[in-house]
Design a protein. Structure first.
Length: 74
């Protein structure tokens, strides 16, 4: 069985759109305070921009955990 953790961070943009960043293999013990601080830092650094413009705020964040079980086929 394989477990995958993906941190999804949704930001609002200057054109009123949402933009999602994903961090694969996220730590299992992430806290909301750490994620919020990281998002603040991403916004303040102004290094990401897409068709919706620069990031202006935090919309949502979640840690998605999925398990995959592979079957042996005969």
């Amino acid at each position: 069985m394989t477990v995958q953790r993906v941190l999804q961070m949704d930001f609002t943009t200057e054109l009123g759109r949402n933009h999602r960043l994903r961090v694969y293999d996220a730590r299992e013990d992430l806290t909301p305070v750490e994620v919020s601080a990281a998002m603040d830092q991403i916004i303040a650094s102004d290094i990401f921009a897409g068709s919706g413009g620069a990031f202006t705020g935090k919309a949502r964040a979640q840690l998605v955990v999925s398990e995959t079980t592979e079957f042996e086929l005969s």
